[in-house]
Design a binder for this molecule. Structure first.
Ligand SMILES: NC(=O)C1=CN([C@@H]2O[C@H](COP(=O)(O)OP(=O)(O)OC[C@H]3O[C@@H](n4cnc5c(N)ncnc54)[C@H](O)[C@@H]3O)[C@@H](O)[C@H]2O)C=CC1
Ligand SMILES: C[N+](C)(C)CC(=O)CC(=O)[O-]
Length: 338
């Protein structure tokens, strides 16, 4: 891979390929951080949906603080991937989670991007080794796995594949930090990375409980939001459980509860996602939503994440308000820039 032509700090133009839930969320994030964003998505209604998503996200982004000059007007929608990438300094791919599609798309993006420009995939779980097989320069392809919505949840998991250059992984990790994200750089590939491997265990059990009529969708959601979820926003599952050992910490916790790890709380393979389970999940979510639309839930979620980020000190405590009443920060509002 030729060296990236720009340092992470010099990047001004980002291309977002695929502009659905995550590509649109990335576009909103990069716009709010003051970048010029060019998006491409083959769907005929993609531009309209993308602009709607950015407009819906913008009030939350104004609340947490925009970079100087940030504006939704700096979003351009290109007619082809090649046009979108022609002068891109970083590329974020967020196309559907289908391995064959990712393989050929990443090869196409590699052919279109300026030499050395790093290309990151938002994949939720494919190892880059499996996706970079058709690219002429696989050295610049990395995974940059975000969390929904990418414009509010700080974490990005960064990892390369067997044929990725270490320099590209390092560059991407630094770029995401400069762009206001909180980064975990993984030394080795794991399907599902770290967070989705953990989330999948929870999700598999949730689906089993619904399929077997053991718990409702609402009970499952309440069990997390009224319980462990409150702790997880600021203390992960390991430290949280260390406190379950009282003054003896993790040592006592393991001696006390270790044997129960062998008890069959979780023991099941992934459930069959048949029509009955699908309907139960959809109807359960409709019931839990209690008449709120997706747009209302998105606004509620965004406000909830902002409140948690604020309460846990992860949003800047001192923000300056412009004459237009919009908060602006001169550095990133989330994540660690160092
Ligand atoms: N939805 C989520 O919560 C998260 C999704 N991801 C990952 O982000 C990626 C995108 O997922 P979503 O945004 O949820 O899907 P989505 O279905 O909302 O958006 C995918 C977009 O890709 C477009 N598209 C279809 N074919 C394409 C092609 N050949 N080239 C470029 N774009 C194409 C579609 O028109 C659509 O707008 C996936 O890899 C997924 O695993 C990662 C983190 C969270
Ligand atoms: C549902 N999902 C597997 C696509 C979720 C993610 O990949 C991360 C997230 O936002 O939780």
């Amino acid at each position: 891979m030729p060296s990236p032509p720009h340092t992470p700090e010099e990047v001004r133009r980002v291309a977002c390929v695929g502009a659905g839930v995550i590509g649109g969320g990335w576009a909103a994030h990069f716009l709010a951080r003051g970048y010029d964003v060019t998006a491409w998505d083959p769907a005929p209604d993609a531009e309209e949906k993308l602009r709607r998503l950015v407009a819906a996200a913008w009030p939350a982004l104004e609340q947490i603080g925009l970079a100087d000059g940030a504006s939704p007007d700096r979003l351009t929608v290109a007619a082809t991937a090649e046009e979108a990438l022609s002068d891109a300094q970083f590329v974020q791919e967020s196309a559907p989670e289908k391995l064959e599609l990712k393989r050929s798309l990443l090869a196409r993006l590699d052919a279109a991007a300026p030499p050395g420009v790093v290309i990151a995939s938002s994949t939720s779980g494919y190892p880059m080794t499996d996706m970079q097989t058709e690219a002429a320069d696989p050295g610049r392809l990395v995974v940059g796995h975000p969390f929904n919505p990418p414009y509010l949840i700080p974490l990005v998991e960064v990892v390369g594949g067997e044929r990725t250059d270490a320099a590209a992984v390092e560059w991407a990790a630094r770029f995401y930090k400069v762009a206001g994200k909180s980064v975990i750089t993984m030394e080795r590939e794991l399907p599902g990375f770290i967070a989705n491997r953990l989330q999948e265990a929870l999700w598999r059990e949730a689906l089993h409980m619904v399929a077997n009529g053991e718990a409702t969708v609402k009970e499952i959601d309440d069990s997390i939001t009224e319980g462990p979820g409150l702790r997880w926003a600021f203390m992960g599952p390991c430290l949280t459980f260390a406190l379950a050992g009282g003054e003896g910490g993790m040592g006592h916790m393991l001696d006390h509860f270790g044997p129960s790890l062998k008890s069959p709380w979780t023991r099941l393979e992934a459930p069959e996602l048949d029509a009955t389970l699908r309907t139960a999940m959809v109807e359960g979510c409709d019931e839990a939503a209690g008449g709120r639309t997706i747009a209302q839930l998105v606004a509620e979620r965004d406000q909830g994440v902002i409140d948690v980020l604020r309460a846990t000190g992860r949003l800047p405590r001192q923000r300056t308000e412009g004459t237009d009443g919009i908060a602006r920060t001169t550095s990133s509002s989330m994540g660690d820039e160092t």
